[in-house]
Design a protein around this ligand. Structure first.
Ligand code: WT7
Length: 656
């Protein structure tokens, strides 16, 4: 890297002051922190008034560590909060979703009135199939409006949904159906991805050979492909839902009624069924959505570019935004369905104002170059969000500069499936931002960074992220396994929730998330985050993406091995790869410290990623340590890792 580029990047790591435009009319005013943190429990009780309760709660928090109840004597219906009450308030004609299909031109507009009819019909149809309050229903769907309708219809009946990402295999689906004892499945014949048909019903059929207790399968016709049919068990949505009565009288449920289960991977092979309940979850989803994204329901067009198969889709496509009554874009496809500028076309066409996505996607878009977004009118955008992993400063700067016209505030939001809603984030108009930092806990949330012994660290130091007080949208546990819940999250630092993430407080006290602690390396006794080294590598102009692992080393304990993909524009001939690797190692040494200099850098055309886009470092560690490869079944493309293994063997002479 040239000196000037390096200087420019370091200079760009400056602090961005809070936007004055936002400060004038932001939903959150600076007093919010003082108010909330003076009495967080009382503040959250006040936030619960955003919801429509059939019986308002008189209790706020009951806390028997690690099990919390919030608003437990209140009763409500989640789908009424998301839909009916907006129609009752005269907003029935407001668009709930501008749905954009993967194939260009495939689109639908759904108002809140339409949504009410759809959810009512689906609730009636599910009732006729036997779904009752307290049941669990698996949802395995493409990103179509019926997926949202299915979730809300379950919620309306007091049945917990368990949405399984449509990219998961039949065996992952059957594991999840069995673990939660789901008796019903809602699916589609298939969906579209980059114009091609991706099948779903055949996976369900295969999964159900292992799930004899599933009584009914409801199938949306999306692609029209031929599907197997089991009479008596399988039902077409267009038969049973479309013919069902158009009104449905909702029942009221206690605040602690289970709302959903969402499976997430832990450190062991068995996924954990993280479950959430109704009143506290809706309160925090709606409150965070309101203040962090500063939504103005009359004018904003929100686009959370995530799949409803993940928690981001649950909290920031379904429950937060719908509780707040906003208009959204719901998009079925990938960033390059129908061309690498598809996203920019969508933003331009629907005048999207608030965009929320993941760093891995930002880096992909960045790799395709800024000429594509620059050819479109993105001036409607006023706020950008990031979630899912630490965002490297270069991607943050690119996002702000080329997508956000150098004016949009960026909210880097830290949270987890387990936390249910955002926990650490800047607030637009209030918090100064730093590229790569999530900055500060949300009002009413208490976190601490602690050392190995659980002692709080000072400014300028790093440690483990813990959450020190209960919060409304916290998971109520691991489905069917309270012991595992205690052990996984509450045993490491007694009294606190251990998030599994490393974090640091900088000299000003701002919070930086450093990635999972299992990815923190110890090099000659120095603690280094894989993320820090990755940030440095991605800061080099030739690098598109980097994954760093700590491989065991006889001398230094661990040594750094980096796997790097290059930008399309960085056309490097075979003979120039050696010098480039040397330059990259030097670059890291300059950017962080000589301690951080990777022992080895492998240039590879691709990295092994899960279907949700996370790089699987565990497999890269296996490669780096010349071990037998672990389980590759959750990878998007299982062949990538054996290819990298081959490259590693070829280049093992790079070591020095
Ligand atoms: C893990 C949770 C939250 C919805 C999507 C992921 C990492 C998440 C950030 C962020 C740094 C982040 C953490 C966390 N993570 N957001 N803004 N900065 N790291 O949900 O699959 O439950 O993953 O994602 O490591 O523990 P998830």
């Amino acid at each position: 890297m040239s000196e000037s580029k390096l200087e420019a990047l370091l200079d760009e790591r400056r602090e961005f002051p809070p936007s004055k435009e936002f400060a004038k009319q932001a939903n959150a005013q600076p007093s919010i922190y003082k108010e909330a943190n003076a009495d967080p429990v009382a503040w959250w009780r006040k936030q619960a008034d955003r919801l429509t309760w059939d019986k308002a709660p008189t209790k706020t928090l009951e806390w028997e560590l690690p099990f919390a109840k919030w608003f437990s004597d209140g009763t409500l219906n989640a789908s009424v909060n998301c839909v009916d009450r907006h129609v009752a308030n005269g907003l029935g004609d407001r668009v709930a979703f501008h749905w954009v299909g993967d194939p260009e031109g495939d689109k639908r507009t759904i108002t809140y009135s339409d949504l009410l009819t759809d959810v009512s019909q689906a609730a009636n149809a599910l009732t006729s199939l036997g779904v009752k309050a307290g049941d669990r229903v698996a949802v395995y769907m493409p990103m179509i409006p019926e997926a949202v309708v299915a979730m809300l219809a379950c919620a309306r009946l007091g049945a917990a949904h368990s949405v399984v990402f449509g990219g998961f295999s039949a065996s992952a689906l059957s594991d999840r159906i069995l673990d939660a004892d789901c008796r019903f499945v809602i699916t589609a014949d298939g969906g579209y991805r980059r114009g091609a048909v991706a099948e779903l019903k055949p996976q369900v059929d295969e999964a159900l050979t292992k799930c004899p207790d599933v009584k009914a399968v409801l199938v949306v016709k999306r692609t029209g492909q031929d599907v197997e049919w089991m009479e008596g068990r399988d039902h077409w949505w267009h038969d049973v839902v479309a013919s069902a009565p158009k009104t449905h009288t909702p029942e009221s449920f206690p605040a602690e009624q289970p709302l959903y289960i969402m499976y997430t991977s832990g450190t062991t092979a068995r996924p954990k069924g993280i479950f959430h309940t109704t009143g506290g979850y809706l309160t925090q989803a709606a409150t965070t959505h309101n203040y962090i994204f500063d939504v103005k329901p009359e004018t904003d067009i929100c686009w959370t570019a995530a799949d409803i198969g993940w928690v981001t889709g649950h909290s920031y496509i379904v429950y937060g935004p719908l509780t707040n009554g906003v208009t959204q874009v719901l998009y079925e496809g990938t960033p390059d369905s129908g061309g690498k500028d598809r996203w920019w076309k969508i933003i331009e066409e629907y005048k999207v104002t608030i965009l929320y996505t993941a760093p891995t996607t930002i880096r992909t878009l960045m790799k395709w170059g800024h000429a594509l977004p620059q050819a479109h009118d993105l001036s409607s955008l006023r706020l950008l969000g990031s979630v899912g992993e630490p965002i490297n400063p270069e991607a943050w700067i690119w996002y702000r500069k080329y997508i956000g016209a150098d004016t949009c505030p960026i909210v880097d939001t830290w949270w987890q499936t387990e936390t249910g809603a955002i926990m650490i984030t800047p607030l637009p108009g209030i918090t100064a931002t730093k590229p790569g930092a999530a900055m500060t806990p949300f009002p009413g949330i208490s976190v601490d960074i602690v050392d190995n012994d659980g002692k709080s660290v000072g400014n300028g130091e790093g440690g483990y992220l813990t959450i020190t007080a209960p919060w409304p949208s916290m998971t109520r546990g691991i489905w069917g396994d309270p012991e595992r819940f205690k052990e996984t999250y509450w045993s490491r630092f007694p009294g606190s929730y251990f998030a599994g993430d490393g974090a640091k407080r900088d000299q000003d006290g701002s919070l930086w998330l450093l990635g999972r602690v299992d990815d923190v390396m110890n090099i000659s006794g120095h603690r280094l985050s894989t993320t820090e080294v990755e940030h440095a590598l991605v800061g080099h102009p030739a690098v598109a993406e980097a994954a760093v692992v700590g491989a065991s080393d006889d001398v230094t304990g661990q040594a750094i091995v980096a796997f790097v993909t290059l930008k399309l524009s960085a056309d490097v001939a075979e003979k120039d790869q050696g010098p480039l690797v040397a330059e990259l190692r030097e670059h890291v040494s300059v950017m962080i410290s000589p301690i951080a200099k990777p022992r080895q850098i492998i240039l590879t055309p691709d990295l092994p990623k899960t279907r949700s886009g996370k790089i699987m470092r565990r497999l890269l560690r296996d490669v780096a340590e010349h071990r037998q490869l672990g389980d590759v079944t959750t990878l998007m493309d299982p062949t990538v890792v054996s290819m990298i293994d081959g490259l590693m063997a070829q280049h093992s002479s790079d070591d020095d």
